[in-house]
Design a protein around this ligand. Sequence first.
Ligand code: ADP
Ligand code: MG
Length: 490
Amino acid sequence: MTSSRTPRSLTRKPPERLFARLLDSLADTYALVLDDDLRITYANVSFLKHFGLKWEKIIGRPCQDLGTPFLGTDALKLGFCPEELSPWYPARTLMTREAQDKVHVYECTLNHLEGRRGAAWTLWSLRDVTDRFRLESRVRQMDELERNLVQASMDGIIVNDMLGNVLIFNDGAGKILGYTPEEAIGKIKVYKFYPNNTAREIKRLIYDPAHGGAGILENYETQARHKDGSLVPIWLSARLLHEDGREVGIVGYFRDLRERRRLETELLRSERLATLGKMVAHISHEIKNPLITIGGFAAQLGRLPDLPEDARRRLNLIHQEVQRLEKFLTDMSAFTRGAPPQKTVGDLPALIREVAELMDSGFKERAVVFHLHAQKRIPPFAFDCGQIRQVLINLFKNALEAMPEGGDLTVSATVQDDDLVLKITDTGHGIPPEQLHNLFTPFFTTKPGGTGLGLIICRGLIAQHQGEITIESVVDRGTTCTIRLPIVSA
Ligand code: ADP
Ligand code: MG
């Protein structure tokens, strides 16, 4: 009678057969249903099969009676169930069990279900998660030699389990990605080291036989994400790790491509310069002779008596412009010719002083004060005096041109390791950051009458001495040009 008044939805309970069928359909979950007294009222098919038990033997038995011993996290021997199951028993625990000399790890979940008339049921389900922990224990067992091999690798090496937990993260990986192994291992999921969907794509390619074979990915060019958020181009090889035929993890080896990219750009540039050089040589040759004729005649005509003043002025202008063009051509061929240096042992500070004297009138004109700080004992070394003079002139000129209102031009010469380090610092207007990477591009200039060849000539000449030239600058503060020359004793 009462039931007819209760809404149907409340009285409806899943038919018991259906409930049993549902539990039986869970292939990877071993489920046990216990009543109020912790007696077994149901065990699903997977459970019986996995633990090798017969239904008739366990039905109605207290679950503690089941023989299979488990070990709790505190190494306590447990039965299937602890003596007492109460709502405050942890809902999810890990237990281990030894069978056939193998340790299995299970994740156990408890669900308390209120039944009708206050009867309580407990659903006790276990999942075998041994695979997840197998690789980890293998990693723990790695011997010192293996550890050292991984550590010493220049490549980045990361090993992760199938859930993406990082188990190995060597120093090489640290250098490329910016994390310490302590920050990465067990704390960061491996996909975090890649932008957006890259990790998923990598995983797909590992399984795709077209990329080095199934389970292998060879030399794949992609990007990793550095701790600071920047993207690093890398070369990645990866392999699936198996144990007993099961996939347990992935090992990735990767190499930083930044240096390689830089060299490629450099090579491209030097190729371009070489082509440019040939063109310039050809053009100069074609232009120079007529230019000399034009300039020569203009000068001659300009000296004629009885010339109207206006004509003389224009002829002078022709002569001056022709001279400017000639100088431009000389500059161009200087940087493209690249004559091998004629090195002799010389006194570099003396050369610096000489160039400063040469330009003294220019310094005075612009109220620029010159300072030289040379380290006391600079070992004599061999360099091409003419070429280094050219470098100094170009750099001093740039410094002067950056200080129209005056300032300081400071040159320091020190020995660091096996290099002579020259720093040429001005207090001029500086270079905006977006222009810094253009400085060594031929014809890049911000000056109305500039050729944009001064710095590239310097770089060519310094390179001929196996040296390096770099420029740092802060707008409105000034610019420092650093030259490193290897000291090769003659
Ligand atoms: P140019 O002097 O003919 O312009 P360079 O190759 O010597 O050619 O220099 C290229 C450009 O680099 C200059 O136009 C200028 O913008 C910048 N630059 C070089 N040296 C300095 C400096 N000391 N201070 C500020 N800007 C500089
Ligand atoms: Mg210049």
